[in-house]
Design a protein. Structure first.
Length: 115
């Protein structure tokens, strides 16, 4: 399984952007996809996840600002980031968890929030 992220860029505080992640390979229909982020010197933390059935879960710090979605029938997941804050700036990683518990990770995409 390969995950390829895109969409990270420089954005001003209060701005928006959308991250995309496309998965390829042998993939079970019953999987969970999500986004995590990791700042230097910190552990990787969950941002948002979405199951194959469309159930979602968000970190408290992004609720109401970020929205995760996935394209029906495709192994593609999106993260819409609105009202960005400087503390949101870091590397965002796409994740897929198989029904067997195997984790797959993308290479990461950098989000920079600055004037």
């Amino acid at each position: 399984v390969q995950l390829v992220e895109s969409g990270g860029r420089l954005v001003q505080p209060g701005g928006s952007l959308r991250l995309s992640c496309a998965a390829s390979g042998t993939i079970s229909s019953f999987n969970t996809m999500g986004w995590y982020r990791q700042a230097p010197g910190h552990e990787r933390e969950l941002v948002a996840v979405i199951t194959s059935g469309g159930n979602t879960n968000y970190a408290d710090s992004v609720k109401g600002r970020f929205t995760i979605s996935r394209e029906s029938g495709k192994n593609t997941v999106y993260l819409q980031l609105n009202s960005l804050k400087p503390e949101d700036a870091t590397v965002y990683y796409c994740n897929m968890k198989s029904p067997y518990g195997t984790d797959y990770w993308g290479q990461g995409t950098q989000v920079t929030v600055s004037t």
